[in-house]
Design a protein around this ligand. Structure first.
Ligand SMILES: *Cc1c(COP(=O)(O)O)cnc(C)c1O
Length: 511
């Protein structure tokens, strides 16, 4: 037995003999175990170090030995059976270490299949990116780029230039193209945009630049909290501006703003109710009235628009969210919005507005701390180019929003047929109508009619099935509705159906 053990471990048999004992009490069983160092030196394990790194292999050896120690402690009292069991487990140590390494050395941030129907799911990375954007990022990131280099002048340039030019086009043209009206000329030179890490950073930067040490007037009905601990009062405090709340939760009038204005007032702030609705006895002054008040009293109006749609509802499957260009046209001085919500691009925060205000914001040293890198610029630029070219179907988030209930029914039926063939009746699969949501704090209460599959496996609870689907590679993320696992087809990307089939098959296999 010892020789077999020594050869399995590819250790020198003499080393193992040191642990050789006649009777197998628990202490003696422990003595059979090699040390971490011995394992590391063994011929079966030492080659793993070059592939996985010393620290990871040490960790895996420790974990495998700990597991074995636990099994000794918890093992049956009968000594000889125990001894055989432990010896064969020792022989299996290299395999256990390899398995542990295969698990621990895979990437932690992984692709998942989103079958939740939440298009901009913040926990699942919000917007999937356009193919052209990924290609561009690959090309830009692989080598050097003109990120801050003006190729025409041969000197230092500004990183903003790459996307500012496209935003200018979009803000002058997009609404006009969609509605067929001529574009207003003033937009070309008056507006400018800059990009920071996310919309939270954009709001912080705007408040800090334009209102530090002064007061910012906000309606009590707009003191929002967005998922992931973005709260307007807290961001305000960090910006060094003083929050001046006006009105009530449900009703704020223009007069409330007007009465609160003093020589300390630096800004009128409007915050989009991205993730909630106030209904019933409500009042909010029209944006135009707020803009007019700002003009009259010479106080800039900033709007945190949150999602920042660039196109109208018809291009987003009917999802009606205010567009950035409409807000700029209404006279808002600076609009802030996210890059990875309805825009369908990378995580970024965009500040768009009057050129002189944006220039002031850009010269704030905080901008340097919040700016984004070439990867974000390359993805954002290509995504915006798709908008400029009106190739909206190239932007996955827009494409998913546009899918009709009929198209989704056909996909659900096709997947149900595949499942029926491969799961042979062991899973009960029903095609059902369901509602997808936009997510990402956009269009609260808006539901997109969709279709999906409701899955039940006899002898397995819905929560257990969810766990098994998550444990598959790639993980499949679904939700439970009325005791059944629901897979909404809207957010399942083309080609992912076969992965869902494989995940369900392996879930069945483990019963
Ligand atoms: C989403 C949202 C934010 C936060 O944007 P991030 O890009 O996630 O930082 C801020 N304000 C509003 C109104 C939002 O909807």
């Amino acid at each position: 037995m010892l020789d077999a053990l020594a050869s399995a471990l590819q250790l020198d048999a003499g080393t193992l003999k040191l642990f050789h004992v006649e009777s197998a009490t628990q202490t003696e069983l422990f003595r059979l175990l090699p040390s971490v160092d011995e394992l590391l030196r063994s011929q079966a394990i030492s080659p793993l170090i070059s592939a996985h790194g010393h620290a990871a292999v040490v960790e895996a050896c420790r974990a495998a030995l700990d597991e074995l120690r636990r099994s000794i402690v918890e093992g049956p009292a009968e000594a000889t059976a125990n001894r055989e069991r432990v010896e064969s487990a020792i022989a299996m140590l290299p395999a256990a270490v390899s398995a542990q390494l295969a698990h621990s050395s895979r990437l932690s941030l992984r692709r998942v299949v989103n079958a939740t129907g939440v298009v901009l799911h913040t926990n699942l990375g919000r917007a999937p990116l356009a193919e052209s954007a990924l290609q561009h990022a690959l090309e830009v990131a692989r080598g050097y780029s003109n990120l801050e280099f003006d190729l025409a002048a041969g000197e230092r340039g500004e990183r903003d230039a790459h996307v500012d030019r496209l935003f200018r086009l979009l803000f002058s043209d997009i609404e006009a193209q969609v509605s067929g009206q001529p574009s207003p000329q003033r937009t070309q030179s008056q507006f400018r945009t800059i990009v920071v890490n996310n919309n939270a950073a954009a709001v912080l930067l705007a408040l800090n630049t334009l209102a530090e040490g002064g007061e910012v007037i906000v309606s009590r009905g707009e003191l929002v909290e967005i998922g992931g601990s973005f709260r307007i009062p807290e961001v305000m405090a960090k910006s060094g501006a003083i929050l001046r709340e006006v009105g009530t939760t449900n009703r704020t009038r223009l007069a409330d703003y007007e009465q609160a204005i003093s020589e300390r007032t630096k800004l009128l702030l409007r915050v989009h109710r991205s993730n909630f609705k106030i209904i019933g006895f409500t009042e909010q002054p029209p944006l135009e009235a707020l803009v007019e008040l700002g003009r009259r009293r010479q106080i800039p109006v900033v709007e945190d628009l949150g999602s920042g749609a660039l196109v109208s509802a018809e291009t987003m499957g009917g999802v009606a969210e205010p567009t950035v260009s409409a807000r700029l046209r209404a006279g808002v001085d600076v609009v802030t919005f996210s890059g990875d919500k309805l825009l369908g691009g990378p995580q970024a925060g965009i500040l768009a507005g009057r050129a002189e205000l944006i220039a002031r914001i850009r010269s704030n040293p905080l901008f340097r701390a919040l700016r984004v890198d070439k990867l974000i610029y390359s993805v954002l630029e290509s995504t915006l180019l798709a908008y400029v070219r009106q190739q909206f179907e190239a932007v996955p988030a827009l494409r998913m929003l546009q899918l009709t209930a009929g198209e989704l029914l056909a996909r659900a039926q096709a997947l149900a047929a595949q499942l029926a063939a491969s799961c042979r009746g062991r899973a009960q699969v029903e095609v059902v109508a369901c509602e997808s949501v936009v997510g990402g704090g956009a269009a609260p209460g808006w539901e997109l009619p969709s279709h999906g599959l409701a899955v039940v496996i006899s002898g397995m609870g819905a929560d257990e099935l969810l766990i098994r689907l998550r444990g598959h590679e790639p993980p499949v993320i679904a939700r439970v509705e009325h005791g059944r696992v629901m897979l909404d087809m809207r957010t399942v990307l083309p080609g992912e159906e076969s992965e869902i089939v494989a995940a369900l098959k392996s879930a069945l296999g483990e019963i």
